[in-house]
Design a protein around this ligand. Structure first.
Ligand SMILES: *Cc1c(COP(=O)(O)O)cnc(C)c1O
Length: 403
């Protein structure tokens, strides 16, 4: 990694301070306290020669234009506040926001493919649709799936990127990011940090060149905004801005406002929900109706567990917990990855990466732990009569699970 691509030195201030101040540094000078929302799609200018020069500069460099953004697809001041705040939290030079996490991943792939690099090395499991985007070749990607130990051998001179999630969706499998970054050589490492958030882990400081978020999840935090963002060095951010301008996957300014507001409470939300999640994981691990619990070392508010009772019945019986896909909201959600979030992944690939038919994925929210436990306890149903050891189907599936 050379000086241009090295992550900037992490802002000396703590994540809690950055969460409430980053992206808002100019507000007091403007005489404001809450960030303004700029909903303009276009920006008036009486100087078309000047605009021509600004458009030329953007087309040539991808550098965000100084002053008004010309047109809403080039940039937006409210979205820019969210981008600068997220970059500060992740410890990167820049961040580029998109309409969704998938729009963000697509832009990364398009930027690399346009540079002639179509080969991606990826570690399963990934979020179901990320897996699908790579596997189905919708953008012309050629993918080599491997485990973290196989990355060094899988990387080629034309490798566009190495992609990993840690903790991974939905099994919460973790990867040693520093070791993986070393194994990538000159190929850029993209870490999907949606589950850990910068509160628990800052992958750029471990050598990731790009850090991706589905901002829909913890960054927004209230289940009411779709968004995606890539935190990276300024050189790659410029290419992403050019792709975003030309392909149009922009984040709406209202979404940018909500995401910036979500960041302010990110540290307290993540820590509070993580404490409850860790306690629930411990109770589930001790429960005779549960075969196996996955809870990552880095912590976090996600718990995955395999049930001995029918997981579909658990989904049907929850009342306080909402049976729904997605995650990272203030309320607790549960879903069956093999049926929903990872349905689109081919069955064999799903199973071999640990997404068994018994697996449930729970996103723990901010409710009281006893209320959550009584809902789960009832939903798990009766203790199954047959001991685990004499159930060959269970033993077979347990082999695939990673803790
Ligand atoms: C949800 C999710 C995505 C996709 O994000 P969208 O905002 O739904 O497009 C990508 N990665 C992970 C880990 C996710 O959970």
């Amino acid at each position: 990694m050379d000086a241009d691509t090295a992550p900037r030195e992490a802002d000396a201030r703590a994540v809690d301070t950055l969460a409430v101040h980053a992206g808002r540094e100019d507000l007091a000078g403007l005489g404001l306290h809450a960030p303004p929302i700029d909903l303009s799609t276009t920006y008036p200018s009486y100087d078309s020669r000047g605009e021509a020069a600004r458009i030329d500069a953007f087309a040539a460099t991808g550098e965000a234009p100084e002053g008004p953004p010309v047109y809403g697809r080039l940039g937006n001041p409210t979205v820019a506040r969210f981008e600068s705040a997220l970059a500060a939290l992740e410890g990167t030079e820049a961040a580029v926001a998109f309409a969704s996490g998938m729009a963000a991943l697509s832009a990364v792939l398009l930027a690399q493919h346009a540079a002639g690099h179509r080969h991606v090395v990826a570690v399963r499991p990934l979020y179901g649709c990320s897996d699908h985007l790579l596997t189905a070749g919708l953008l012309g990607t050629e993918v080599t799936w491997t485990d973290p130990e196989g990355v060094a051998d899988a990387v080629r001179p034309d490798t566009a990127l190495v992609m990993v999630e840690s903790p991974a969706n939905p099994t919460l499998a973790e990867v040693d990011l520093s070791a993986l970054a070393a194994a990538c050589g000159t190929a850029p490492l993209l870490v999907d940090n949606t589950f850990a958030t910068p509160v628990l882990q800052r992958p750029a400081l471990s050598g990731a060149r790009m850090v991706l978020h589905s901002a829909t999840k913890y960054l927004g935090g209230h289940g009411d905004v779709l968004g995606g963002v890539v935190a990276c060095d300024e050189a790659f951010a410029r290419r992403l801005r050019q792709i975003r301008f030309a392909t149009g996957g922009v984040l709406h300014p209202l979404a940018g406002y909500l995401l910036l507001r979500g960041l302010a409470t990110l540290p307290v939300r993540v820590r509070a929900a993580s404490a409850t999640a860790a306690a629930l994981a411990a109770r589930l691990a001790a429960d005779p109706r549960v075969l196996r619990v996955h809870y990552p070392k880095v912590g976090g508010a996600m718990v995955a567990f395999e049930t001995l009772t029918d997981p579909h019945e658990v989904i049907a019986r929850v009342r306080l917990i909402t049976p729904a896909v997605s995650l990272g909201s203030v309320d607790t959600l549960i879903q069956h990855p093999a049926s929903i979030s990872h349905r689109i992944v081919p069955e064999d690939d799903r199973r071999s990466s640990g997404v068994s038919e018994r697996l449930l994925r729970m996103s723990v929210g901010l409710e009281d732990i006893e209320d959550l436990w009584s809902d789960l306890d009832r939903a798990l149903g009766d203790v199954p009569p047959t001991p685990v050891a004499s159930r060959p189907a269970v033993a077979e599936e347990a082999r695939f699970a990673r803790v």
